[in-house]
Design a binder for this molecule. Sequence first.
Ligand code: 8YV
Length: 322
Amino acid sequence: MISARKVVVATRKLPDAAEQVLKSEFAARLNKSDRAYTANELIDLAAGADALLVTVTDRIDANLIEALPSSLRIIANFGVGYEHIDIDTARSRGVIVTNTPDVLTEATAEIAVLLMLGAARRAGEGHMLVMQGAWPGWSPTFMMGHGVTGKKLGILGMGRIGQAVAHRARGFDMEIHYHNRKRLPPDREQGARYHDSTDSLFAVSTFLSIHATSTPQTKAIVNARTIDLLPKGAILINTARGDLVDDAAVIAALKNGQLAAAGFDVFAGEPNPHPDYRRAPNVFLLPHLGSATIETRNNMGFLAIENLRAFFAGKEPPNRVA
Ligand code: 8YV
């Protein structure tokens, strides 16, 4: 007997290749316009559905999960970070949650390196000058930035992406330091120096790159007190989540020189970052592009679908987080 196809609601428009696979295997409810749904719209769309395929722009909180129909058994996140999903409520309701690790590691590490170079070498300011026809011409002291080569790089959160950033930073002869919940084995450390506290890591980090997950414990882990621990003129990079930094403290430190520059791809309140970033000259900012390559976004889609496929085949989904 051929069983009815499972109904999957995709909350945003996915790359074409992923939508094709989704349509071929499931009764897919696709979002053609790509407008983010409100909670009520999503609850309506979930009527009679078996699965949700969600993104970072959806707030899958306790109220929403509780309002989902009992047919809905799995929420597949398109992305590695899943702080926007109330995992505890999902667990208590017996709803499975999956994510898409690994496939976006390299793309995100590339963006971290881009931000590090862009912030240190003042790429944003330089680009604006050329684009605005405001380049006054070469001079020996024009737009001097900071070198990256040989400097100390602190990595806060040495998971897959942190390790991929360390690997690339070794190409710039950077000295790698890190803090992680657990110390890595030597073959993964590759000579990186472990710090058993964030304070100890911050104290040596001329460059500090954030790769930790967003949790109540990591919220505003970069704040006025911890920024003061950094060497004067440090450069802060964030490709993880915006709520790990206290924006007002970062902006104050950019103004008083405690931070020489910041390179951010993620922000609290996306897509409307703290307005003072727009007035800060020494920032290099991107609109959450960490995983935004064609191959990576396709692979994120395929992996989210693989999790659904496994679950509905009665197997353990490969990337289950709850
Ligand atoms: C994704 C990300 O674009 O995977 C993550 O955690 O931050 C991004 O790479 C986003 O999550 C899509 O849902």
